[in-house]
Design a protein around this ligand. Structure first.
Ligand SMILES: Cc1ncc(COP(=O)(O)O)c(C=O)c1O
Length: 380
């Protein structure tokens, strides 16, 4: 199956043996009857497995071109499960520009359990080897990064990871498998906040992991069941439904994203626009190679921009909703420093370019003329 067909049918054969329902039923049950101890039909207790969640997990594995999918109660719960593959003394190398909540989980929870983190810029992959030692067990990559839209060369990082026998995990939330498939580029684990583009309708919080390797999958399934951070059947259903239109939504997100990026770039009051589709983006060449298009996420800074100016712009927006999150059908705007990235100290934020005047847009799939008109009146 090709990608667009997979979003609709991947892993979805015979989802309802009882009545042949086309959509997987929502199995809203915690437990399953057994004829004799262990005599069940493959499901014993819904923390361990639930048929609706299984349908989603198979679909996730299919669209990421993996073998095994795992769904969790949130993107952070999925990341938490990956970190539980490690033990005290292990070291992780991570992109320095990443979702604030991931940074918080690493530094405020797992650092206290004796795991050491190195946050580095990975735009130049040769820098990674300087931080590898015998304790390095995981490389964590976000690309495009949040909110600077830096692009990391997944294939180049995977070569370093393989050379030193280190796991490579890629947070594919911003790109989605429509734009890039990290497992095809050599990553071991792909992670999603399915809350965003995969769900696509801002109505569910859910996380996902997809892997190819059976042993790795077994270790992660063990953690998923032992730690218990699973998602419920209703939420699994919502993401399954969202997935079926991922390709058409992404196509429009990309078209609208390009138009908004170009509008902002040519606007006399805008200083900088961060979007990997620009030819002068530092890693545009890599983006062009590893991504099918450039997505709908854009960050920008107004000229002479200060905190107050940025707040005024986001407050003026009428069609773009000022809100946390991204990837839904509706356009959202966020002020990174005071919303998504508050967990990263100001000095650390500013080192990587997340200044107080930065605004991040998740460009939705409305009519582009209305979105441009909205930005025009808000920027003034
Ligand atoms: C890139 C990225 N990774 C992970 C997460 C965390 O996902 P969740 O909010 O579903 O826990 C987010 C949330 O904004 C994100 O943007």
């Amino acid at each position: 199956m090709k990608f667009n067909t997979k979003t609709i049918h991947g892993g979805q054969e015979n989802v309802d043996p009882a009545y042949g329902a086309v959509m997987p039923p929502i199995y809203q049950t915690s437990t399953y009857s057994q004829s004799t101890p262990g005599g069940h039909k493959g499901y014993a207790y819904s923390r361990s497995a639930n048929p609706t969640r299984s349908a989603l997990e198979r679909a996730l594995a299919s669209i990421e071109n993996g073998e095994f999918g795992l769904a969790f109660g949130s993107g952070l719960a999925a990341i938490d499960a990956v970190l539980k593959l490690l033990k005290a003394g292990d070291e992780v190398i991570s992109t320095n520009d990443l979702y604030g909540g991931t940074y918080r989980l690493f530094t405020k929870i797992f650092q206290d359990f004796g795991i050491k983190f190195h946050f580095i810029g990975m735009e130049n992959t040769s820098k990674i080897e300087n931080h590898i030692n015998e304790n390095t067990k995981l490389i964590w990559v976000e690309t495009p990064t949040n909110p600077m839209m830096n692009i990391i060369d997944i294939e180049a990082v995977s070569k370093v990871a393989k050379k030193y026998n280190v796991l490579l995990a890629v947070d594919n939330t911003f790109a989605t498998p429509y734009l890039q498939q990290p497992l095809n580029l050599g990553a071991d684990i792909v992670m999603h906040s399915a809350t965003k583009y995969l769900g696509g309708h801002s109505d569910v919080v859910l996380g996902a992991l997809v892997v190819k390797d059976k042993d790795l999958a077994d270790r992660l399934y063990f953690i998923q069941n032992a730690s218990g951070a699973i998602c419920g059947p209703q939420d699994s259903f919502l993401v399954l439904r969202g997935l079926k239109t991922l390709h058409v939504r992404m196509q429009r997100h990309c078209e609208n994203g390009r138009a908004v990026a170009e509008y902002l770039f040519n606007h006399p009051k805008i200083e900088k626009v961060y979007w990997p589709g620009f030819e002068n983006h530092p890693n545009h060449r890599v983006a062009k190679e590893q991504m099918k298009d450039f997505g709908g996420m854009i960050s920008f800074v107004a000229k002479g921009g200060n905190f107050e100016e940025a707040i005024k712009i986001v407050e003026n927006l009428k069609i773009f909703t000022l809100a946390e999150s991204l990837g839904g059908v509706e356009s959202l705007a966020g002020h990174s420093a005071s919303m998504t990235h508050t967990s990263i100290p100001k000095a650390e934020r500013e080192k990587i370019g997340v200044v107080d005047s930065m605004i991040r847009l998740s460009v939705g799939i409305e009519d582009i003329e209305d979105l441009i008109e909205d930005l025009k009146q808000a920027i003034g």
